[in-house]
Design a protein around this ligand. Structure first.
Ligand SMILES: N[C@@H](CCC(=O)N[C@@H](CS)C(=O)NCC(=O)O)C(=O)O
Length: 239
């Protein structure tokens, strides 16, 4: 069967911004695998009724069903080890190190991105999903989206969070070394999420083209035939 990737859609079907689904998309492209992309809404999860998941991405292929972006990396490495650009994660040592990158990205960096784009994100989400999404996240954050959305605070968080990334990328072109792999996709998922839903730069009012992190973001945008760069942004699609 053609692999099927179930992913979140926004107010327009061309708006696909979920950071976790982007990880899976990029991982499939890394392996050179063409998947059928099936959209889902927060409030209509019927497309993934066949499995035991309430979140996307979900990947279904000849080898089974994988219900988490990180598990999808592992699934693709296990079943398509040498396809495309080779391993996403690598050996057990690499896997252990990637766990750190995942925790860092999701627990430190993502908060900064979320505070940068919260209100834009609500506008990018499907109208049927807005109340569900906003009330679930407001309960988690303990404040309204209006309070949570704060570009100054966000840039402060991101400035600190970007320091280790800049240190690394000053010495090598990708998080994973000479070419991109799981660590790059894992982190870039949040960059492309923010890029699609909002025109506010995570780097400040002006971006420094000499910044190694800006340069990495541009390289990631160009990967796999520019799939991230070609993806429509919310500001390009009228409400
Ligand atoms: N641990 C999961 C997280 C996936 C996740 O949270 N996906 C969101 C979309 S960005 C979702 O499906 N949420 C459903 C909901 O909140 O009801 C992964 O990395 O795949």
């Amino acid at each position: 069967m053609t692999p099927v990737l179930y992913e979140l859609r926004g107010r327009d079907d061309r708006l696909r911004f979920s950071p976790f689904c982007w990880r899976a998309r990029l991982a499939l492209a890394h392996k050179g695998i063409e998947a059928e992309l099936v959209p889902m809404l927060f409030t209509d999860k019927s497309p993934i009724d066949f499995c035991d998941s309430t979140t996307v991405p979900v990947l279904k292929d000849d080898f089974g069903v994988s219900m988490d972006s990180y598990d999808i990396f592992q699934h693709l490495d296990e079943h398509y080890p040498d396809a495309g650009h080779g391993p996403l994660i690598g050996d057990a040592l690499a896997r252990a190190r990637l766990n750190f990158v995942k925790v860092y990205a999701e627990q430190v960096m993502a908060v900064g991105f979320f505070r940068l784009v919260a209100l834009d994100l609500v506008q990018a989400i499907h109208p049927d999903d807005r109340e569900y999404f906003q009330s679930a996240r407001e309960a988690r954050f303990g404040m309204s989206f209006e309070e949570f959305h704060d570009v100054e605070i966000a840039r402060g968080i991101l400035d600190s969070a970007f320091k280790p990334l800049r240190g690394l990328l000053g010495n090598q072109p990708f998080m994973d070394g000479e070419s991109p792999a799981a660590a790059d996709y894992l982190i870039f998922g949040f960059f492309i999420w923010a890029h699609i839903v909002s025109d506010t730069s995570p780097f400040g009012e002006t971006e420094d083209p000499a910044d190694p992190l800006v340069q990495w973001r541009e390289r990631m945008m160009d990967l796999h035939d520019g799939m991230a760069r070609k993806s429509p942004r919310a500001s390009e699609i009228p409400q």
